[in-house]
Design a protein around this ligand. Structure first.
Ligand SMILES: NC(=O)c1ccc[n+]([C@@H]2O[C@H](COP(=O)([O-])OP(=O)(O)OC[C@H]3O[C@@H](n4cnc5c(N)ncnc54)[C@H](O)[C@@H]3O)[C@@H](O)[C@H]2O)c1
Ligand SMILES: [Zn+2]
Length: 355
């Protein structure tokens, strides 16, 4: 396994063919709760079986229903309940095996149970490998708002096995790839070029995952609590989260990454309107993203509701709607303030793009 230096231990490699199980065993002398969902329970069970083989008992599998609509208080409460019923103490450990829903929710359960216990993430989607499982942001959705309740709580370790991507549906892979592209746009033009021009089937996942984690960690380690710099990672997410929430609130499904792609195009356009980003760069970004991603339908009549959702964004202050702006491909600036007019213009622009 290849490891990376950071506040959390981050390692990438074949988990079940290495000394990973022995490493896991070092994290806890006590009980282990393994949080997974319906689609990752087989990986979780495989890991538990291997832990049993080295004499580790007292392991409790907590399987939740899958999907963003279950990243809620009910699922969280069910984790708290099972930890309580099985007498977990502050010295015990949680291991989250799953996509971003499981790592966010399991991480928040760990942050809150008995004022905080340790946890480890084993991400199984591309999105959670390159983004959600690292950096310590945990939380759940609440009353129709994304990640409304949460805490910063770093995992002790993140163990990534790209093999798990083999069972991931193509749309989920594409959704995760949006965050990869975001890392290129905000921090590294060469990486953006590689990701945009390499056909999907030829992408070297080990390298891409490592590079993306490196970019994210490089930023998070300088600003763990998101006082300033870390906000650049939210590029595409002010508009993206609002569009995602709009879809959820209307009972329709839109994967996180697909909403972030809409957000990245809109926020690149806002950067252009403000004079930060050139027209050539804007058009190159829009063209590259829209050639890979289907157009999301956003009718003009939905704009006011989407705008209202943006006012809920945690990055806002009293002055207006906070967006991350691009100065160029590979360079971003946090704490831009977008006017309602600029946001409307950007949504109009998105509507004019051909996919
Ligand atoms: N904490 C952060 O910093 C951060 C960053 C980005 C996103 N997020 C959050 O991550 C969530 C989205 O994560 P996601 O896209 O991983 O969604 P997800 O966890 O819902 O996973 C997507 C689907 O894939 C299934 N799945 C997982 N692994 C699989 C595998 N190996 N094979 C087959 N199916 C598998 C899941 O059961 C689910 O149905 C959002 O809630 C978002 O807010 C958090
Ligand atoms: Zn995201």
């Amino acid at each position: 396994m290849k490891s990376m230096k950071s506040n959390e231990t981050i390692a990438i490699g074949r988990l079940f063919e290495s000394n990973f199980i022995e490493i896991l065993n070092l994290y806890s002398n006590g009980k282990i709760g393994v949080v997974c969902d319906e689609n990752t329970q087989t990986i979780a069970a495989q890991m538990i079986q291997k832990l049993h083989l080295i004499g580790k008992t007292n392991i409790y599998q907590i399987t939740l229903p899958s999907g963003e609509q279950h990243k809620n208080l009910e699922s969280l409460s069910s984790v708290w309940q099972q930890l309580t019923e099985n007498n977990f103490t502050r010295k015990d450990l949680l291991i989250n095996v799953g996509g971003g829903v499981i790592t966010d929710l399991g991480g928040f359960a760990a942050a809150t149970y008995k004022r905080g216990i340790e946890y480890i993430n084993i991400p199984t989607t591309l999105l959670s490998m390159v983004d959600a499982s690292v950096g310590g942001k945990t939380g759940i959705d609440y009353q129709g708002f994304k990640n409304q309740i949460g805490a910063f709580h770093l995992p002790k370790g993140v163990y990534v096995d790209p093999e798990f991507l083999k069972t991931l549906p193509q749309q989920q892979l594409l959704s995760g790839y949006a965050e990869v592209l975001k890392h290129g746009l905000i921090a590294d033009a060469n990486y953006w070029e590689y990701c945009v021009f390499t056909p999907f089937l030829e992408v070297n996942w080990n390298e891409v995952i490592l590079k993306s984690i490196e970019i994210k960690n490089g930023i998070v380690s300088q600003d763990p609590q998101e006082i300033g710099l870390r906000k650049v990672l939210n590029f595409g997410h002010t508009v993206g989260h609002a569009v995602e929430t709009y879809y959820i609130n209307h009972g329709e499904e839109l994967l996180h990454g697909m909403a972030v792609v809409v957000g990245m195009i809109c926020e690149a356009h806002i950067s252009f309107q403000k004079g930060n980003l050139g027209q050539i760069q804007l058009e190159s970004i829009s063209k590259s993203l829209s050639s890979r991603y289907n157009k999301v339908s956003i009718k003009e009549s939905c704009f006011p509701e989407i705008l209202q959702l943006m006012y809920q964004d945690k990055k806002n202050n009293s002055k207006g709607i906070n967006v991350t702006l691009l100065n160029d491909i590979g360079s971003a600036q946090f704490d831009g303030l977008a006017t309602e007019e600029e946001i409307y213009q950007s949504l109009h622009y998105y509507g004019t793009i051909k996919s």
